[in-house]
Design a protein around this ligand. Structure first.
Ligand SMILES: *Cc1c(COP(=O)(O)O)cnc(C)c1O
Length: 240
């Protein structure tokens, strides 16, 4: 077994433990393998371990990788910021985009989605902690944006995604993640049919799962430390 394969098994075991601890079904949470900065061979190793969904942040890196692996039944998620001059590449190459935070971007993605492809699956990125990244719609504006996305023919609204600032401990991480879950539940109560709450990364996936995440996005715990990781923490936020 390669390192990547054994790390995927370890991550899946952590996820199953966290689900059980939270009284959730073992398969309540799906795993998105974040392959940014790692090459097509790393994706192939993960594929051999049964992994099908991959996340990428940087289009100039992602598009050649997606094209090279086109013969495999992979699902590609765009999890990086989408600028309006890059919407066409996202619409043409990805299955999902998790970082929609403006109606204008959503409209362009819908218009540019090729007719022969299924609708682009969309999560609205929400800024749940007023984080310094400044990406994401504020919680108060999320419902209106979601309703706009739901009305666009080239898109299919699936849910919410968030990237809170790294928390100092498990309880603090849960407080922020639970705020996202409450927003998700409130939006469903107001008539939307969201099935995806994308939150939790290598360092805080247990807290996210304890708080109601349905998809964790895991990079370094699967593929190892990234060569040019900038200002990211890898400190795990473990249950108390
Ligand atoms: C890089 C990245 C991840 C994965 O982070 P790890 O800490 O390596 O698990 C998850 N989500 C987003 C949006 C990312 O940019």
């Amino acid at each position: 077994m390669t390192t990547i394969q054994s790390q995927i098994s370890a991550v899946r075991a952590l996820m199953a433990d966290a689900c059980r601890a939270a009284g959730r079904a073992d398969d309540a949470v799906s795993l998105l393998a974040v392959s940014k900065t790692f090459d097509a061979d790393a994706v192939l190793a993960a594929f051999a371990a049964g992994q099908r969904a991959f996340g990428e942040n940087y289009l100039q890196e992602a598009v050649p990788k997606i094209t090279a692996l086109n013969h495999l039944p992979l699902q590609w998620h765009c999890i990086g910021p989408v600028q309006s001059n890059k919407t066409r590449l996202v619409a043409e190459h990805f299955d999902w985009v998790q970082t929609v935070d403006r109606a204008k971007i959503a409209e362009r993605l819908s218009q540019q989605r090729p007719a022969h492809l299924p609708p682009l699956q969309v999560c609205i990125q929400v800024n749940v902690d007023g984080g310094a990244t400044k990406s994401g719609v504020l919680p108060d504006a999320a419902l209106a944006l979601a309703q706009a996305v739901a009305g666009l023919p080239g898109l299919r609204l699936r849910g919410l995604m968030c990237i809170p600032e790294p928390a100092p401990d498990f309880a603090t991480a849960c407080t922020v993640f639970k705020r996202a879950r409450a927003l998700f539940d409130a939006m469903n109560a107001s008539g939307l049919a969201l099935d995806t709450l994308s939150m939790g990364m290598s360092a805080d996936l247990q807290a996210a799962i304890a708080s109601g995440s349905t998809m964790v996005r895991v990079g370094s715990a699967i593929f190892g430390a990234r060569p040019h990781a900038v200002s990211e923490t890898s400190r795990p936020v473990l249950p108390a």
